[in-house]
Design a protein around this ligand. Structure first.
Ligand SMILES: [Zn+2]
Length: 304
């Protein structure tokens, strides 16, 4: 079984091996600004806070280091080289935000509506944005990025080793709509726990998985050098065709909302209600590498 080795030198860009002197946002800056404005965030009622196991951190502006990964790229890779990917993502998100109600119904996005006739190239650019995020996250934990993934980032048309699934979490949709009725609307930004499979102590990790969420949409991913079509049907096909398909995570997967649950607890429940990332092939020794945390306004509104 192929393992995911640790990097020899954590200070080098995972993409091109130049000195790593640039930090990727854990959440895209445009997403952050869409929700919270350009900043600086001063109003104690509406300012964003990062919540993680180490506590609350007040975010002063969208450029805050609290919402960036450690240095894992060089500035050339993080700006010029990845600019088309960042732009494809921004287009996709603008479309998502405007059309979320219809997307929820249809469980699909037709990328021809997002990108027009250039959708073939732009779909790959969109996926490269997600792959960049995934690589920055796992590289910040010193895991090596497979050379095939780097080829994909450099223009190769196949992507092995990474599987990406798009989900809609209906519970989160309900929660956000409840908040819209108040004077404190809430939009969800969340990174799931990064989970590893294998033994970290002896450097025998062979799979990493996690997810990132914007509002009720989650992008779930698995990085596995042993990935196969049998295990992830469709992995060979998901670069084809103009559609992004969403799987709905039903409300029945959520425990009942109790009125006395605080916002933080509710969001954790809703975000973790998707069981699809749990072991699908009986691997028992999974561990959470970290609980990076979630982002929300520091509110304690309760659903009634
Ligand atoms: Zn680089």
């Amino acid at each position: 079984m192929k393992i995911i080795p640790l990097k020899q030198n954590k200070n080098l860009c995972w993409w091109c091996n130049s000195p790593a002197n640039s930090k990727e946002h854990k959440f895209k800056k445009t997403d952050f600004v869409r929700i919270y404005g350009k900043g600086p965030y001063k109003d104690s009622e509406t300012r964003p806070n990062l919540i993680s196991p180490s506590g609350f951190k007040f975010i002063q502006g969208p450029g805050s280091n609290h919402i960036k990964f450690d240095n894992s790229l060089c500035s050339e890779c993080n700006t010029t080289k990845s600019q088309p990917f960042d732009q494809a993502y921004d287009f996709f998100m603008e479309f998502f935000v405007k059309n979320v109600g219809i997307i929820l119904e249809k469980e699909t996005v037709d990328l021809r509506e997002v990108y027009g006739t250039n959708w073939v190239q732009e779909k790959k650019n969109l996926l490269r944005y997600f792959v960049k995020h995934i690589c920055c996250r796992v590289a910040s934990f010193s895991f090596q990025i497979d050379p095939q993934i780097i080829k994909f980032m450099n223009g190769d048309i196949t992507l092995n080793n990474i599987n990406i699934d798009f989900r809609i979490k209906l519970g989160m949709w309900v929660l956000e709509n409840e908040y819209k009725k108040t004077s404190m609307p809430y939009t969800n930004l969340f990174l799931g726990k990064l989970r590893y499979y294998g033994y970290l102590e002896s450097n025998e990790v062979h799979r990493l998985s996690s997810w990132m969420s914007y509002s009720c949409m989650s992008i779930c991913y698995v990085y596995d050098r042993n990935i196969s079509h049998q295990k992830y049907p469709g992995i060979k096909d998901f670069l084809e065709g103009p559609y992004i398909l969403f799987k709905k995570v039903d409300l029945k997967n959520c425990p009942p909302f109790k009125p006395d649950l605080g916002t933080k607890k509710l969001i954790e429940i809703l975000e973790n209600s998707d069981k699809a990332l749990d072991d699908e092939d009986g691997i028992r020794y999974s561990e959470e590498l970290m609980d990076l945390g979630l982002y929300l306004k520091y509110l304690n509104l309760k659903l009634t």
